[in-house]
Design a protein around this ligand. Sequence first.
Ligand SMILES: C[S@@+](CC[C@H](N)C(=O)[O-])C[C@H]1O[C@@H](n2cnc3c(N)ncnc32)[C@H](O)[C@@H]1O
Length: 267
Amino acid sequence: MEVNLLLDAIHQRYGYDFRNYARASMERRIRQLCSRIGCQHLSEMIPQLLHDDSFLEKMIREFSITVTDMYRDPFVYRCLRQQVVPRLKTYPFIKIWLAGCATGEEVYSLAILLHEEGLYERSIIYATDFNDIALEQAKEGIYQLDRMKTFSDNYKQAGGRASLSDYYQLSGKGCVIKADLKKNITFANHNLVTDSVFGEMQLIACRNVLIYFDKTLQARVLQLFRDSLAFDGFLCLGSKESLRFSLLENDMKVVDAKAKVYQKKVP
Ligand SMILES: C[S@@+](CC[C@H](N)C(=O)[O-])C[C@H]1O[C@@H](n2cnc3c(N)ncnc32)[C@H](O)[C@@H]1O
């Protein structure tokens, strides 16, 4: 009850709609925030939320889990290289939407893959998230040196053709992704719950985002992806996500069940 009131207040005051996020983890996070800021009851947060704009930022930070890695699940990138890239090579111009890009590690992984396959120059990647702080970090593309060992191992397992260190420069702030890899990437705020389609994509990757949504919201977002894909376009989901039992099952064929890669059927 109190959770519903709080989520309604966020929606009415700011237009952010968390009402269809997976309930259990959402409630846990709200309760954690509540005790951290010293409130006894969830409803005590409502006046703060209504009168203090900065409270929304706290909420978004709470609901936006930005855990990510470069070449996370390397076998997915192997599948993209082997099963998706050959089809992408047939297009003169390639549009890719990476939804829920968090701090950008996945975007640069894909940009490197496209570069190594000779496709980057004719590609544009729209990298979106609803978390502006994460998007700023994604745009900067600076990662801590101690994460690079894992990223490099993943890159090799993913079939990387060079050395990951070819794609970044060391600076005082960390490892900075080279500017050449950034030039065809457009970072933008897009909320999967409330914003609309992105047109005619050849590939949409949205990994490890749907797990935070309930069934109703998952169905809405999957429909959004179907409507944003060109015929023959590919959809890549996270390892715990799938199209099974969704309305899209008939519109999409399975390219690789383990990598969760699907392709939109031609009608
Ligand atoms: C766990 S990260 C996934 C990052 C990356 N895709 C990966 O698989 O490594 C989930 C991301 O989804 C974003 N997200 C959550 N709800 C969203 C929404 N309604 N619209 C857009 N992005 C959302 C979060 O801000 C977060 O950056």
